[in-house]
Ligand binder design. Structure first.
Ligand code: IPE
Ligand code: IPE
Ligand code: MG
Length: 253
Protein backbone atom coordinates (compact mmCIF):
# COMPACT_ATOMS: atom_id res chain seq x y z
CA UNK A 1 0.00 0.00 0.00
CA UNK A 2 1.12 3.55 -0.77
CA UNK A 3 2.65 5.30 2.28
CA UNK A 4 0.35 7.94 3.75
CA UNK A 5 2.91 10.72 3.11
CA UNK A 6 2.80 9.95 -0.62
CA UNK A 7 -1.01 9.89 -0.61
CA UNK A 8 -1.01 13.28 1.12
CA UNK A 9 1.49 14.74 -1.39
CA UNK A 10 -0.51 13.39 -4.32
CA UNK A 11 -3.65 15.18 -3.08
CA UNK A 12 -1.79 18.50 -3.28
CA UNK A 13 -1.39 18.12 -7.05
CA UNK A 14 -5.12 18.81 -7.58
CA UNK A 15 -7.40 21.52 -6.15
CA UNK A 16 -8.05 20.87 -2.48
CA UNK A 17 -11.24 21.68 -0.64
CA UNK A 18 -10.62 24.93 1.20
CA UNK A 19 -12.90 24.10 4.08
CA UNK A 20 -13.83 20.60 5.25
CA UNK A 21 -16.55 19.92 7.82
CA UNK A 22 -16.72 16.60 9.64
CA UNK A 23 -19.70 15.07 11.45
CA UNK A 24 -17.77 12.82 13.82
CA UNK A 25 -20.32 10.09 14.45
CA UNK A 26 -20.21 6.50 15.72
CA UNK A 27 -18.18 6.67 18.94
CA UNK A 28 -20.90 4.90 20.91
CA UNK A 29 -21.40 2.07 18.42
CA UNK A 30 -17.63 1.62 18.03
CA UNK A 31 -17.37 1.06 21.79
CA UNK A 32 -20.50 -1.08 22.15
CA UNK A 33 -19.23 -3.42 19.41
CA UNK A 34 -16.13 -3.99 21.56
CA UNK A 35 -17.97 -4.47 24.85
CA UNK A 36 -16.71 -1.11 26.09
CA UNK A 37 -18.57 1.91 27.45
CA UNK A 38 -19.76 4.72 25.19
CA UNK A 39 -17.42 7.05 27.07
CA UNK A 40 -14.45 4.91 26.03
CA UNK A 41 -15.64 5.37 22.47
CA UNK A 42 -15.60 9.15 22.91
CA UNK A 43 -12.10 8.94 24.38
CA UNK A 44 -10.83 6.96 21.39
CA UNK A 45 -12.64 9.47 19.17
CA UNK A 46 -10.54 12.27 20.62
CA UNK A 47 -7.43 10.47 19.32
CA UNK A 48 -9.00 10.57 15.86
CA UNK A 49 -9.51 14.33 16.31
CA UNK A 50 -5.80 14.73 16.94
CA UNK A 51 -4.74 12.55 13.99
CA UNK A 52 -7.20 14.05 11.52
CA UNK A 53 -6.23 17.60 12.53
CA UNK A 54 -2.55 16.80 11.98
CA UNK A 55 -3.25 15.23 8.59
CA UNK A 56 -5.46 18.16 7.51
CA UNK A 57 -2.65 20.56 8.33
CA UNK A 58 -0.06 18.46 6.47
CA UNK A 59 -2.28 18.28 3.39
CA UNK A 60 -2.73 22.05 3.57
CA UNK A 61 -6.43 22.58 4.25
CA UNK A 62 -7.27 26.17 5.07
CA UNK A 63 -10.11 25.31 7.42
CA UNK A 64 -11.36 22.23 9.24
CA UNK A 65 -14.61 22.31 11.21
CA UNK A 66 -15.37 19.42 13.56
CA UNK A 67 -18.89 18.79 14.83
CA UNK A 68 -18.10 17.72 18.38
CA UNK A 69 -21.34 18.37 20.27
CA UNK A 70 -24.72 19.35 18.87
CA UNK A 71 -27.43 21.54 20.37
CA UNK A 72 -29.51 18.34 20.54
CA UNK A 73 -26.77 16.33 22.31
CA UNK A 74 -27.60 18.18 25.56
CA UNK A 75 -30.59 15.82 25.84
CA UNK A 76 -28.35 12.72 26.23
CA UNK A 77 -28.06 11.07 29.66
CA UNK A 78 -26.41 13.55 32.06
CA UNK A 79 -23.45 11.19 32.75
CA UNK A 80 -22.64 11.06 29.05
CA UNK A 81 -22.92 14.85 28.67
CA UNK A 82 -20.66 15.32 31.70
CA UNK A 83 -18.10 12.86 30.33
CA UNK A 84 -18.10 14.65 26.96
CA UNK A 85 -17.52 17.99 28.70
CA UNK A 86 -14.65 16.47 30.71
CA UNK A 87 -13.12 15.10 27.51
CA UNK A 88 -13.42 18.48 25.84
CA UNK A 89 -11.60 20.16 28.67
CA UNK A 90 -8.94 17.45 28.59
CA UNK A 91 -8.58 17.89 24.83
CA UNK A 92 -8.16 21.66 25.12
CA UNK A 93 -5.46 21.22 27.77
CA UNK A 94 -3.63 18.39 26.03
CA UNK A 95 -3.64 19.90 22.53
CA UNK A 96 -2.83 23.46 23.55
CA UNK A 97 0.91 23.26 22.88
CA UNK A 98 0.52 21.44 19.58
CA UNK A 99 -2.07 23.95 18.34
CA UNK A 100 0.12 26.92 19.25
CA UNK A 101 3.38 25.34 18.01
CA UNK A 102 1.84 24.60 14.63
CA UNK A 103 0.34 28.01 13.98
CA UNK A 104 -3.23 26.69 14.10
CA UNK A 105 -5.99 29.18 14.82
CA UNK A 106 -8.55 27.61 17.13
CA UNK A 107 -12.08 28.82 16.71
CA UNK A 108 -15.47 27.68 18.01
CA UNK A 109 -19.06 28.01 16.79
CA UNK A 110 -22.26 27.28 18.66
CA UNK A 111 -24.19 28.45 21.70
CA UNK A 112 -20.93 28.63 23.67
CA UNK A 113 -22.59 30.36 26.62
CA UNK A 114 -24.29 27.03 27.39
CA UNK A 115 -20.93 25.29 27.97
CA UNK A 116 -19.79 24.91 31.57
CA UNK A 117 -17.16 27.44 32.66
CA UNK A 118 -14.52 24.70 32.99
CA UNK A 119 -14.79 24.16 29.21
CA UNK A 120 -15.52 27.75 28.15
CA UNK A 121 -12.49 29.16 29.95
CA UNK A 122 -9.75 27.00 28.36
CA UNK A 123 -11.59 27.34 25.03
CA UNK A 124 -11.68 31.14 25.18
CA UNK A 125 -8.11 31.34 26.35
CA UNK A 126 -6.78 29.14 23.53
CA UNK A 127 -8.98 30.99 21.04
CA UNK A 128 -7.53 34.34 22.16
CA UNK A 129 -3.97 33.05 22.25
CA UNK A 130 -4.14 31.50 18.78
CA UNK A 131 -6.16 34.33 17.19
CA UNK A 132 -3.15 35.74 15.33
CA UNK A 133 -2.06 32.39 13.88
CA UNK A 134 -2.15 32.15 10.11
CA UNK A 135 -2.03 28.37 9.63
CA UNK A 136 -5.14 26.22 9.37
CA UNK A 137 -8.29 27.38 11.17
CA UNK A 138 -9.60 24.57 13.35
CA UNK A 139 -13.20 25.24 14.34
CA UNK A 140 -14.98 23.18 16.98
CA UNK A 141 -18.75 23.13 16.60
CA UNK A 142 -19.90 22.92 20.22
CA UNK A 143 -23.47 23.15 21.42
CA UNK A 144 -23.95 23.84 17.72
CA UNK A 145 -27.08 23.60 15.60
CA UNK A 146 -27.60 25.00 12.12
CA UNK A 147 -31.20 25.99 12.84
CA UNK A 148 -30.19 27.61 16.11
CA UNK A 149 -27.49 29.54 14.21
CA UNK A 150 -29.94 30.72 11.54
CA UNK A 151 -32.44 31.73 14.20
CA UNK A 152 -29.78 33.75 16.05
CA UNK A 153 -28.82 35.43 12.75
CA UNK A 154 -32.47 36.23 11.94
CA UNK A 155 -32.90 37.71 15.39
CA UNK A 156 -29.76 39.86 15.08
CA UNK A 157 -30.80 41.12 11.64
CA UNK A 158 -34.35 41.87 12.81
CA UNK A 159 -32.96 43.88 15.72
CA UNK A 160 -30.59 45.76 13.37
CA UNK A 161 -33.56 46.59 11.10
CA UNK A 162 -35.65 47.75 14.05
CA UNK A 163 -32.79 49.99 15.22
CA UNK A 164 -32.45 51.51 11.74
CA UNK A 165 -28.98 50.00 11.12
CA UNK A 166 -30.24 47.86 8.22
CA UNK A 167 -32.85 48.32 5.49
CA UNK A 168 -34.85 45.05 5.35
CA UNK A 169 -35.45 45.33 1.59
CA UNK A 170 -31.70 45.76 0.99
CA UNK A 171 -30.70 42.60 2.92
CA UNK A 172 -28.12 40.53 1.01
CA UNK A 173 -26.72 36.99 1.29
CA UNK A 174 -23.54 38.65 2.51
CA UNK A 175 -25.43 40.31 5.39
CA UNK A 176 -26.88 36.96 6.42
CA UNK A 177 -23.49 35.24 6.19
CA UNK A 178 -21.97 37.96 8.32
CA UNK A 179 -24.60 37.31 10.99
CA UNK A 180 -23.75 33.60 11.21
CA UNK A 181 -21.42 32.10 13.82
CA UNK A 182 -19.15 30.97 10.94
CA UNK A 183 -18.58 34.56 9.79
CA UNK A 184 -15.19 34.92 8.12
CA UNK A 185 -14.63 31.21 7.47
CA UNK A 186 -14.20 30.11 3.83
CA UNK A 187 -17.13 28.39 2.07
CA UNK A 188 -17.57 24.73 3.04
CA UNK A 189 -16.52 22.55 0.08
CA UNK A 190 -16.72 19.10 1.63
CA UNK A 191 -18.77 17.60 4.45
CA UNK A 192 -17.77 14.14 5.68
CA UNK A 193 -19.98 12.00 7.90
CA UNK A 194 -18.76 8.81 9.50
CA UNK A 195 -20.72 5.83 10.91
CA UNK A 196 -22.96 5.07 7.94
CA UNK A 197 -25.70 7.59 8.76
CA UNK A 198 -26.70 9.68 5.78
CA UNK A 199 -28.00 12.89 7.25
CA UNK A 200 -26.69 16.31 8.26
CA UNK A 201 -28.12 16.29 11.80
CA UNK A 202 -28.33 20.10 11.90
CA UNK A 203 -24.70 20.70 10.80
CA UNK A 204 -23.82 23.83 8.78
CA UNK A 205 -27.22 23.97 7.05
CA UNK A 206 -26.68 27.28 5.26
CA UNK A 207 -22.96 26.78 4.68
CA UNK A 208 -23.21 23.33 3.12
CA UNK A 209 -25.71 24.40 0.42
CA UNK A 210 -23.18 23.50 -2.29
CA UNK A 211 -20.79 21.30 -0.36
CA UNK A 212 -19.88 17.88 -1.70
CA UNK A 213 -20.98 15.16 0.72
CA UNK A 214 -18.94 12.07 1.55
CA UNK A 215 -20.51 9.38 3.71
CA UNK A 216 -18.44 6.53 5.06
CA UNK A 217 -19.38 3.49 7.13
CA UNK A 218 -16.19 3.85 9.19
CA UNK A 219 -16.91 4.74 12.83
CA UNK A 220 -15.24 7.96 14.01
CA UNK A 221 -12.66 6.25 16.30
CA UNK A 222 -11.39 4.34 13.23
CA UNK A 223 -11.31 7.44 11.00
CA UNK A 224 -7.70 8.58 10.76
CA UNK A 225 -5.32 10.24 8.26
CA UNK A 226 -5.91 7.58 5.59
CA UNK A 227 -9.69 7.98 5.68
CA UNK A 228 -9.38 11.78 5.50
CA UNK A 229 -7.17 11.42 2.43
CA UNK A 230 -9.68 9.02 0.85
CA UNK A 231 -12.51 11.52 1.41
CA UNK A 232 -10.45 14.35 -0.13
CA UNK A 233 -9.56 12.11 -3.08
CA UNK A 234 -13.30 11.39 -3.58
CA UNK A 235 -13.96 15.14 -3.50
CA UNK A 236 -11.33 15.68 -6.19
CA UNK A 237 -13.20 13.29 -8.49
CA UNK A 238 -16.45 15.26 -8.27
CA UNK A 239 -17.66 17.75 -10.86
CA UNK A 240 -19.15 20.77 -9.10
CA UNK A 241 -21.76 22.24 -11.39
CA UNK A 242 -23.58 24.86 -9.27
CA UNK A 243 -26.71 24.55 -11.39
CA UNK A 244 -24.96 24.79 -14.76
CA UNK A 245 -24.83 22.07 -17.41
CA UNK A 246 -21.89 19.70 -17.59
CA UNK A 247 -20.75 21.38 -20.83
CA UNK A 248 -20.88 24.85 -19.26
CA UNK A 249 -18.92 23.60 -16.28
CA UNK A 250 -16.23 22.19 -18.54
CA UNK A 251 -16.02 25.56 -20.30
CA UNK A 252 -17.59 24.49 -23.60
CA UNK A 253 -20.78 26.65 -23.28
C1 IPE B 1 -20.54 10.95 18.03
O1 IPE B 1 -20.73 9.64 18.40
C2 IPE B 1 -20.19 11.86 19.18
C3 IPE B 1 -21.27 12.77 19.57
C4 IPE B 1 -22.41 12.92 18.97
C5 IPE B 1 -21.03 13.59 20.74
P1 IPE B 1 -22.09 9.12 19.02
O2 IPE B 1 -22.01 9.26 20.50
O3 IPE B 1 -23.25 9.77 18.39
O4 IPE B 1 -22.02 7.58 18.62
P2 IPE B 1 -23.23 6.67 18.14
O5 IPE B 1 -23.87 7.38 16.97
O6 IPE B 1 -24.17 6.53 19.28
O7 IPE B 1 -22.58 5.40 17.74
C1 IPE C 1 -24.36 14.37 15.16
O1 IPE C 1 -24.34 13.08 15.68
C2 IPE C 1 -23.70 15.32 16.12
C3 IPE C 1 -22.27 15.16 16.29
C4 IPE C 1 -21.50 14.34 15.62
C5 IPE C 1 -21.66 16.01 17.27
P1 IPE C 1 -25.60 12.48 16.45
O2 IPE C 1 -25.25 11.10 16.80
O3 IPE C 1 -25.99 13.38 17.55
O4 IPE C 1 -26.72 12.55 15.31
P2 IPE C 1 -28.09 11.75 15.15
O5 IPE C 1 -28.77 11.84 16.47
O6 IPE C 1 -27.74 10.35 14.79
O7 IPE C 1 -28.81 12.45 14.04
MG1 MG D 1 -24.40 9.32 16.77
Amino acid sequence: MEPISEFESRLKERPLPQHVGVIMDGNGRWAEARGRTRIEGHREGSNSVREVTRAARRVGLEALTLYAFSAQNWARPPEEVAALMDLLREYLTRERAEILDNGIRLHAVGALDKLPAYVREPLESLRAESAGNTGMTLTLALSYGGREELLAAARALACAARDGALKPEALTEGDLEAALWTKGLPPVDLVIRTSGEKRLSNFLLWQSAYAELVFTDVMWPDFRALQLCEAIAAFQQRERRYGLTGAQTQGQT
